[in-house]
Ligand binder design. Structure first.
Ligand SMILES: Nc1nc(=O)c2c([nH]1)NC[C@@H]1CN(c3ccc(C(=O)N[C@@H](CCC(=O)O)C(=O)O)cc3)CN21
Ligand SMILES: CC(C)C(=O)C(=O)O
Ligand SMILES: [Mg+2]
Length: 270
């Protein structure tokens, strides 16, 4: 049985065990070995080499310019700093456009040290998820605000506010779980909808702007350290302010996710 105090490496089957046992999962993005080591030491369960690196590391205004080479490089850097956390890497824009492309990109990311890949969306991506899972590549799905859809969406907005959109999102969540995803990130969805999805599916949900009822939470490294430039999304919290140091900030974040005090209503969408 998985417990958060285990120092053993976290495995893919342990994720569903954590959900069944009611243990909340704390996830953070990381892009280099130094932060990865600090996060791993502080008990972060999952590390994500996110394509958010296009924005916070490279300085672009979206995630679209990020390449598989970029993610593979940062995954290799992060992997050298990880001993316990489960390392997840994003498939960047269009690397998952076809099953074959997704398999090639995912193989590179797993060979760079990731243990799971994450991809955005449902629809034709359901076939991609099934194709990868059948080939022994663990997959994390990502629904709600999918930043790679920013051109179609016209901005980074809360998703699933209308009844029809909420029904679609709920059906998509069940579909990605049925396709074999082992984990599901829900980004920028109203708390009651994220709660319903979390009850619907047996796989853990990881929220970012999805309220307190998800099975875990994820935030971007820069955001927990108060480095958000410009508009600060509602779900962002500066844990450095209360933690006093980088290690203190991470420990405060992990503790708040574990005990359910983060996110509160002030950091969620109603
Ligand atoms: N630093 C950083 N943090 C992130 O969480 C993040 C990135 N970068 N880059 C990739 C995506 C983009 N993300 C974003 C960016 C902006 C909002 C945002 O401003 N949301 C509005 C929603 C308002 C509404 O629709 O009601 C907000 O004010 O919270 C949300 C997610 C999340 N991801
Ligand atoms: C914000 C998380 C979920 C992400 O996809 C990223 O960092 O790219
Ligand atoms: Mg991403």
């Amino acid at each position: 049985m998985y417990t958060p105090d285990d120092r053993k490496p976290l495995t893919v089957p342990a994720l569903a065990e954590a959900k069944r046992g009611g243990h909340k999962l704390a996830m953070l993005t990381a892009y280099d070995a130094g932060f990865a080591r600090a996060f791993d030491d502080s008990g972060v369960d999952l590390l994500l080499v996110g394509d958010s690196l296009g924005m916070v590391v490279q300085g672009h205004d979206s995630t679209l310019p990020v390449t598989v080479d970029d993610i593979a490089y940062h995954t290799a850097c992060v992997a050298r700093g990880v001993s316990r956390a489960l390392l997840v890497a994003d498939l960047p824009f269009q690397a998952d456009a076809t099953p074959e492309r997704a398999l090639d990109a995912s193989t590179r990311l797993l060979q760079a040290g990731a243990r799971m890949v994450k991809l955005e969306g449902a629809g034709h991506k359901l076939e991609v998820i099934r194709f990868l899972v059948e080939r022994e590549i663990p997959v994390c799905a990502h629904l709600g605000l999918t930043p790679q859809s920013v051109l179609r969406l016209g901005g980074y907005k809360v998703q699933g506010r209308e009844d029809e959109a909420a029904r679609k999102l709920r059906a998509d969540a069940s579909a990605v779980a049925d396709a074999g995803a082992a984990l599901l990130v829900l980004e920028c969805v109203p708390s009651p909808l994220a709660q319903a999805i979390t009850t619907d599916v047996a796989i853990p949900t990881i929220g970012i702007g999805a309220g307190p009822h998800c099975d875990g939470q994820v935030l971007v490294l820069h955001d927990i350290l108060g480095l958000q430039g410009g508009h600060r999304p509602k779900f962002v919290k500066d844990f450095l302010a209360e933690g006093g140091s980088v290690a203190g900030a991470v420990q405060a974040y992990v503790a708040a996710v574990r005990d359910g005090s983060f996110p509160d209503a002030a950091h969620s969408y109603a």
